[in-house]
Structure formats: C-alpha cells, structure tokens
Design a protein around this ligand. Structure first.
Ligand code: AQP
Length: 338
C-alpha cells in the first residue's frame, strides 16, 4: 500500500501516578518544550486513565493530575501554543482503545517488558488494564494521527507496538488511514537511572524517595539526595567510553549533561579526574539552579486548582475537535453504525 503523507503532529503523555521526577523532565518534558518551539502542532496529555492501571487513591489522583498539569506549564508548555489536557476528559481515547484491543494480538502484549517489570512475580493479580495499557497508548497517539512521539527510552517498545497496531489496522481494513508514528528519543539523558541502583530507572512510584529527584524537592533535599547517591570509589575518567561498566557514574554524568544541555563529552572534559566530593556538589548546584524556578512556578499554579481545571477543560475541547472526526472515520471503516 502506498504510504499516505501525514501532516507532522506531535503527541505525548505523562501519568499522574505520583510527583514528577527528574527522569520525566529530562527524558520527556524537555523534549516536549523543544518541539513546541519548532512550529509543529503539539498535543500533550496528562494520562489519568493510564495512572489507574495500578491503584490510585482518588483524592491523590485528582491532586496528582493538577500537579502534573502545573509541572508541564511551569516547565514551558504553553496551553495556548500546545493542546494540553487530561486524557479522561476526551472519551474517544477509551473508545479507540477498545477497537485497538481487538486489533492487537495477545502475543504482542506478552512481549511488553514494562508489563513484566510492573506486574513482577504477581502477574496473575495485575489489572487487565495494566496488560492492555499499550493499546490505550496506541489509541492516545493515533486518535490524533500523530506522527512524532517524544518519549524516554523506556517507552520505545510501546511506540513500536503502536506502529504495529496502525499497520495491522490499515492492512486488515484495506485503508491507508493511520500513520506509523516515530518515537523521538533525544538528548543526553533518555534513560535516567535510580540514584541508589544504577541498573533500575528513576520512577515516580519507586519505593524510596531517596532514589529519585522530585520536581518539587527543595534545595537541601536535592543536595542530600545527590550526596547520598550511590557511586563507585574511582574519580571521573577522561573519556566517556571509560564510563562503561560504571552505571552510577555514567548516570550522574548524563544527568549533569541533560541539565546543562551539553554532551556527556563536554561534562567529562570539564570534570576529568575530579572526585565525587567535587562533582556531586556541582551537580546539586546545577539541579537547584534549573529546577527551583520551575518548582516555584508549579507551587504558584497549584495554589489555584480552579484555573488548572479550566485550562484542562479548554485543552480537552480543542483535543476533542481533532479526535472526534478521526474516531468517527475509524468507526465507519470498522463498520460500526453510529
Ligand atoms: N527515568 C526516566 N528517564 C527518562 N525518561 C523517563 N520517563 C519516565 N521515567 C524516565 C519518560 O517520562 C514520560 C512519562 O512517563 P510516564 O509517567 O507516562 O510513565 P513511566 O515511564 O512509567 O514513568 P514513571 O516515572 O516510571 O512512572 P511510574 O513509576 O508511575 O510507573 C515518558 O516519555 C517516559 O519515557
């Protein structure tokens, strides 16, 4: 089938399953802001339906949704230039997800490493929603005919599955209807690791608060967390290649590079031979310099929940205007009478 040309359009989402972390910021949000400045149509979403795939206290979910919305705006997402809203306000996400549940194959879902990581040994007791999560994510993206999806490294497999779903739908129904979206995984910190264990990624819902930097952490907490971050006894090497096999050191260099917006090579050029006693305070200072204006603005925005709700509702109206005709055409292709 000859590929149809789709207008470039960016979609990405973030779960309100806890406070935003430095991983979310460097892996995703920074890229979202960059793409907003490239003259593209950008659609960003607080994906509350994804959050409830694991238990969420209702009051905390409401607060978390507003907090993520505030974090996105404070980081530079402009609710006028981008379409910014929370997912459950646009019911077309769930409707298209059902259709995709009927397109995706069980064998594909069984290969998803995130499900295996999150469900752990107790997979029998995981929610069906956690298992079907990638079909909802495909719906989030394809509902807008998005072509580019800026994400951290951990979401690459889900964007690839989205392409598989689009391709199978187009093939099964003989319709060149959905684009095959590209993951956009860029920057020096596409997979920020846990500060206490360099083999696991930094997560909002990780067990200990000491393993992550939260966007709302104050300067003392950030300094303490970096001071206590696990490292090896060696000083920083004089080449980036020499960081291989030193996951914690590599992670802290990547975080520094992400925050400073430079390459890891530039960080190594500046700090080669330095011990942790010099590098960690410099890293903490840089993190505070970058994050404190954002957290101050987040707190200001969070003090007015009604305004955040108004912005989400307005964003949802704009999202709905794009999504409804695409869902209607999908239903027609599938043969659903409406
Ligand atoms: N550690 C990370 N490094 C780089 N990017 C990351 N992202 C998440 N963690 C890192 C990126 O942030 C975006 C939003 O992620 P999400 O909230 O939808 O889901 P997640 O990847 O499951 O994030 P968490 O923080 O690990 O949440 P919990 O603990 O609730 O599951 C995505 O683009 C993701 O790649």
């Amino acid at each position: 089938m000859a590929g149809k040309a789709f207008t470039p359009r960016v979609f990405s989402g973030i779960k309100p399953s806890g406070g935003l972390t430095l991983g979310n910021y460097l892996g995703a949000i920074r890229r979202w802001v960059d793409m907003q400045g490239q003259g593209l149509e950008t659609i960003y979403c607080v994906v509350d339906l994804h959050a409830i795939t694991v238990w969420q206290d209702p009051a905390e979910l409401r607060a978390g949704t507003r907090e993520v919305m505030a974090g996105l705006i404070a980081s530079g997402i402009d609710p006028e230039r981008s379409v910014l809203f929370n997912q459950s306000r646009v019911s077309a996400h769930a409707e298209l997800a059902w259709i995709f549940n009927c397109v995706a194959r069980v064998g594909w879902m069984n290969r998803m490493t995130q499900f295996k990581d999150k469900a752990g040994r107790n997979a029998e007791n995981a929610s069906l929603g956690l298992y079907a999560y990638p079909a909802l994510m495909a719906a989030d993206i394809l509902l807008y005919h998005a072509t580019h999806v800026p994400v951290g490294e951990d979401q690459k497999q889900h964007v690839e599955l989205t392409r598989d779903i689009a391709q199978k739908f187009n093939h099964d129904y003989g319709a060149d209807f959905f684009p095959l979206p590209e993951p956009v995984i860029e920057g020096p910190a596409t997979r920020v690791m846990n500060l206490r264990d360099g083999s696991r990624k930094m997560s909002k819902s990780g067990e200990s608060d000491m393993e992550r930097i939260n966007m709302l952490d104050d300067a003392d907490t950030i300094a303490k967390k970096f001071r206590k971050a696990r490292t090896d006894p060696e000083p920083l090497p004089d080449t980036v290649e020499a960081l291989e096999g030193r996951p914690e050191a590599k992670n802290l260099v990547a975080i520094y590079a992400g925050l400073a917006d430079v390459t890891p090579e530039a960080v190594i050029a500046e700090f080669a031979g330095a011990g942790w006693g010099r590098f960690k305070p410099a890293l903490a200072e840089l993190a505070v310099e970058r994050l404190s204006p954002i957290s101050t603005e987040m707190k200001r925005l969070m003090a007015d929940p009604a305004e955040l709700d108004r912005l989400m509702a307005r964003g949802a109206e704009r999202a709905e205007a794009i999504a409804r005709p695409i869902l209607a055409q999908t239903c027609e292709i599938v043969g659903l009478l409406r």
